[in-house]
Write a protein that binds this ligand. Sequence first.
Ligand code: IMP
Length: 428
Amino acid sequence: MVGHRMATTVLVGAQWGDEGKGKIIDVLTEQSDVVVRYQGGNNAGHTVEVGPEKYVLHLVPSGILYPGKLNIIGNGVVVDPLALLEEIDHLQKRGITVNGNLLVSDRAHLVLPYHRLLDALREKQKGKGKIGTTGRGIGPAYADKVGRTGIRVVDLMSPAQFAEKLRFKVRETNEIARTFGLKLLSFQNINEQYLEVARKLKRYVADTIKLLNRFERDGKEILLEGAQGAHLDIDFGTYPFVTSSNTTAGGACTGTGIPPHRINRVVGVMKAYTTRVGEGPFPTELHNDQGTQLRETGREFGATTGRPRRCGWFDAVATRYAVMVNGIDELAVTKMDVLDALPKIKVCVAYKLNGKVTDSMPADVELLNRCVPVYQEFDGWMTSTKDAREFDQLPKKARTYLQKLAQLSGSKLSIVSVGARREETMFL
Ligand code: IMP
């Protein structure tokens, strides 16, 4: 694996997000020239530990932590420019160079203050049926994009164009704000604030589509980093409890402008168990001490919102589906060490629904909520895996468990991670 040519690789989350993609991206970045984000926005939180330092990246691709890599925020991302500038500032204060190594697509859509307002309002209106969003305005920003009233980075670069589009959106949002008795937005204030933002953002803006295609033709190693996970995908996820973008491999094409046949490899990241933040179905969720133990041992708290993550056993029905829709050729299994102290470990191999065994995920979330996992039980290895650096150094029971996860998911095991640090990684 290490040293073999990657060409253009897509890395995706194969569960509900938080699979530990940040760490795997960081490891693969070493072999890449260019790292690209293709969907989502600052709802994502990729945690990367480098020596004693810990970084949480929201919009900036993880390649920023390596010198000499180019980082691109692709056209499929929704960019909150205030959050981006704040992130850049924060990185620079910590000694990370952000100068000539970060570009933002001129076609990317913006997340603006009214998107955050609408995100909060919709969640409140939904009451008990809320999605549990990150509150970053992601859904409303993508809704505007598809509804053709979005404002893009390219518009921000042209003050007259930005003002015209903003005026329309502020008027439209204020009608809603009035209906719900919310504070009205001021066109003047937002416009002025974003003129300043535009000035600061300008140096990062580029035609990233043309550039990426040129890099691809020149044989550069390109890593396309997905955010969230397959079951949060707007088409393939547990709709409506999903995020508003295509988190799966197809999104890497529409979100960067790299054509499908130019993508050579799809790496799927999955935890050795399952977690989910926010609401929505989660068949293998544990509501007992075992769930609490996974949360505490795995330090399962959201990187963006700090919310405790729901925890449960590995769900092979869900990961098999993710392998199928992404075309995952290689699996990276993370957080194996979290299971080190468990005497018994379960894996969901099928669901039982209305007395019948099924190996597929129903489209209807009400039905998925009623699915009861059929478990296969494994003996735990009951020893620390933290120091293993080669697959063969893992206890036999841990190897059996990993091979079973890969076999049940229908893909090939390629990377195993036993800790947050770069060196705590095995390549098969
Ligand atoms: P939104 O993306 O903020 O609209 O949130 C929609 C759903 O996706 C919620 O369940 C969030 O908790 C979830 N979500 C969004 N981003 C992430 C992420 O990076 N990791 C895990 N869950 C996420």
